[in-house]
Design a protein. Structure first.
Length: 95
């Protein structure tokens, strides 16, 4: 049976067993090395209100929120794209 990807869709390498995490969207249990993790800044204040407050000199804290998704949810949200077979070989990714 041919392999679709050289790394079988994981970043495990030669590590052996890795732990599991849950997808932040659907709750699926997936290996840590297979999950797609995205870090985005998050603010508690609305963007328009924060812009007005920053003009007046207020400091609005922004927090980094890391969310991990399974492959299905990452494709659904557009975090990763489905690539053609010849494009899969290239390491240039769009994350």
């Amino acid at each position: 049976m041919p392999k679709k990807r050289e790394n079988r869709g994981r970043r495990k390498g030669d590590k052996g067993h890795v732990g599991y995490i849950t997808c932040d969207n659907c709750g699926a249990r997936i290996p840590e090395d297979k999950a797609i993790c995205v870090t985005r800044p998050y603010s508690l204040v609305d963007a328009t209100l924060a812009a007005e407050l920053e003009k007046k000199g207020a400091i609005i804290p922004r927090y980094s929120v890391t969310k991990c998704y399974c492959i299905n949810c990452a494709v659904h949200f557009g975090i990763v794209k489905i690539r053609a077979e010849n494009e899969r070989k290239s390491r240039a990714t769009s994350f």
